[in-house]
Design a protein around this ligand. Structure first.
Ligand SMILES: [Fe+2]
Length: 311
């Protein structure tokens, strides 16, 4: 199917100034900014666009308030994109945009963009780990990060009203692979046979409410998860939970509340899967969400855990 990953995302926001300040603190590079929109980039050229919720250029929202309005997937080349659009056009209404990208809507109403990949290969070396069996760092201290510079947009997590319908759309029409699942509750999907554990996680909450759960940004290594989280915390943004570690996907994480909508996550060291991988089934539990995690985050000034709220 030739999808290569998330090339861009677009948010509709209530306060453009706040959104700009947050995305800069998050470590994204500002590419352009006006009263109508701001565009930021990850190191690999993944784009984050923010526009006021009232902007006509925005696709419809899946929930009230600030939220994600579009996920734009990269496609390996023009021919692959044309073929995909032709095929999708048989089942869905697909709009071709002036910039050469295509737009359709998934079953829950989220705009799905498709464009020839603009992301570039980037050298963003993490510090190799010295493990019991493998010394990879000799005469070289591991890096300490003052703040993060996200390498790319790794995954999006959506709260979906109808899991089966959404899974069928992404696997059946866009070629996503199932990586793991919580039967009846959630499914981890990756857009390529070989790649990071998930680019998309669909979660059906008991309420059945549609919404953005979070967007996750890849950083170089575990140390950048810590450095980035501490920096955004010092900049005054609120941690939801993190640092911590997901047993499913193995990644280290840090989740922060995003004024653009939902949460954002720094993550590093996720599992890499191939066609040999067999999807697993799990029952949802706090232990599977996090082997360990710090509720409310670390205080970047005193280096201690913040006082967790009672209850
Ligand atoms: Fe995540």
């Amino acid at each position: 199917m030739n999808l290569t990953g998330i090339d861009a995302i677009t948010y509709g926001v209530e306060d453009l100034k706040d959104a700009r300040r947050f995305l800069a603190d998050w470590g994204l590079k500002k590419v352009r900014s006006s009263a109508q929109a701001a565009v930021f980039e990850t190191l690999d050229g993944g784009q984050v666009t923010v526009r006021p919720t009232t902007a006509k250029a925005l696709p419809p929202a899946i929930e009230p308030g600030p939220t994600l309005r579009e996920v734009t997937w990269g496609v390996s080349g023009r021919r692959a994109l044309d073929a995909l659009v032709k095929r999708l056009g048989k089942s869905f209404e697909v709009t071709l945009r002036k910039d050469g990208s295509a737009l359709l809507t998934d079953p829950m109403g989220m705009a799905v963009g498709l464009r020839v990949q603009k992301r570039r290969k980037v050298k963003a070396a993490g510090s190799p780990a010295n493990t019991a069996d493998r010394v990879q760092r000799i005469d070289k201290p591991a890096r300490v990060y003052d703040r993060a510079e996200p390498v790319g947009i790794g995954h999006v997590v959506l709260n979906v009203p109808d899991l089966a319908e959404m899974e069928a759309f992404y696997t059946g029409h866009l070629g996503f692979q199932v990586s793991d699942r919580y039967p009846g509750r959630g499914v981890f999907l990756r857009c390529r046979k070989r790649g990071g554990h998930h680019n998309l996680f669909l979660l059906q909450l008991p309420t059945g409410k549609a919404g953005l759960n979070h967007v996750a940004f890849t950083v170089r290594d575990i140390h950048e998860v810590f450095g980035g989280g501490l920096h955004v915390s010092r900049a005054g943004w609120e941690t939801q939970i993190g640092p911590g570690r997901h047993p499913i996907s193995s990644a280290y994480f840090w989740y922060v509340k995003n004024p653009c909508g939902g949460l954002v996550e720094y993550y590093a060291d996720e599992d890499y899967l191939t066609e040999k991988w067999r999807p697993r089934k799990f029952q949802p539990s706090p232990e599977l969400f996090a082997e360990w995690a710090i509720d409310g985050g670390l205080d970047g000034v005193s280096r201690r855990q913040r006082a967790a709220k009672a209850g």
